[in-house]
Design a protein around this ligand. Sequence first.
Ligand SMILES: *Cc1c(COP(=O)(O)O)cnc(C)c1O
Length: 404
Amino acid sequence: MPDINKIREDFPILKRKVNGYPLIYLDNAATSQTPKQVIDTIVGYYSNYNANIHRGVHTLSQEATEKYEEARIKIQKHFNATKPYEIIFTSGTTHGINLVATGFSDFLKEGDEIIVSALEHHSNIVPWQMLCERTGAVLKVIPMNEDGELIMSEYDKILSPNTKLVFCNHISNALGTINPVQEIIDKAHQFGAAVLIDGAQAAPHLKIDVQALDVDFYVASAHKMCGPTGVGMLYGKEEWLKKLPPYQGGGEMIAEVTFEKTTYADLPHKFEAGTPNICGGIAFGAAIDYLNSIDLDEIKAYEDELLAYATEKLSSILGLKIYGTSENKTSVISFNIEGIHPYDIGSIVDKLGIAVRTGHHCAQPIMDYYKIPGTVRASFAFYNTKEEIDNFVEAVNRAQLMLS
Ligand SMILES: *Cc1c(COP(=O)(O)O)cnc(C)c1O
């Protein structure tokens, strides 16, 4: 069991007050908070070795390049990729998905099919719709049930030799459901389809082993795993990354340029046009070091405890309904109280210093399924405590009294 009070000391923001109350930050599924180890890395970069990478002969440039490439190796090891160049730095999950979706334009034709799940974030639906428009491929959806789980027997029915690509999030950001990605990957491979898994919500909570999963592509964002915003990673199997065309043209991604023809650089540079988020990449590496210093298994066990505790406490509120009731879920609770708009609850608890998210969580199809405009979503991280949950539940009770 990690020492939570000691861990909280690492997060300067947890000492601040909001509207006169100590901050209770329960919006971790939107972005996580940043430990001082990562903040120090960012300050250290700009104070000591800020320089452009890969091109310079001077010392600062070499130092920055070394740290940036070290970070890539940290990410590679963390996700257990075979080679460092199978890790592409992106600006985040959305960028990684678009890179793959755009690249697949060359591989699809009319009548091909792409399967996505009903639990997707908008960033995972729109790029596929655009890809279908470009190529004439057809989008198919794995439906969900009342508990917020994918109906896997329906997946079996829509898989076919026409399936070229399957896309699913590892964990739903709106409901917290952990999807059976191994089964999804294995079955897709039986039909020769490639699989891209969105790990934006899974990477902060689970140990991910891309080789064990045998997944073709895996994406994540640093800012949901204690790192900074504006940086993320795309893992791709070497054979796929070699096949995919570059996403953007620019500096760094070329081998040779003449006006007649340009040849592209080797991996990973083929996909990293222009000056990247150098500091962000290095800080991403520091965030991974930080998570590993606590141990993801211990984090998961503690967060499960918080989830069970909060679920029980919230369930005692009359008229409160939780959406997403799978046995297999992470520390996200989406709920509504009968007769009250989620936005009103969010505003009142904010007055008491508590940050939760309200709305459709970029997952409108899920809201449509439940026929609701949105939910209040509380999402917990390992630096949250049971006392914070007690205060939150009391605040929700107060909101209910005021609003009904
Ligand atoms: C947050 C999130 C995204 C988008 O991540 P960005 O960092 O905004 O690109 C995509 N999918 C899921 C499941 C998410 O939680």
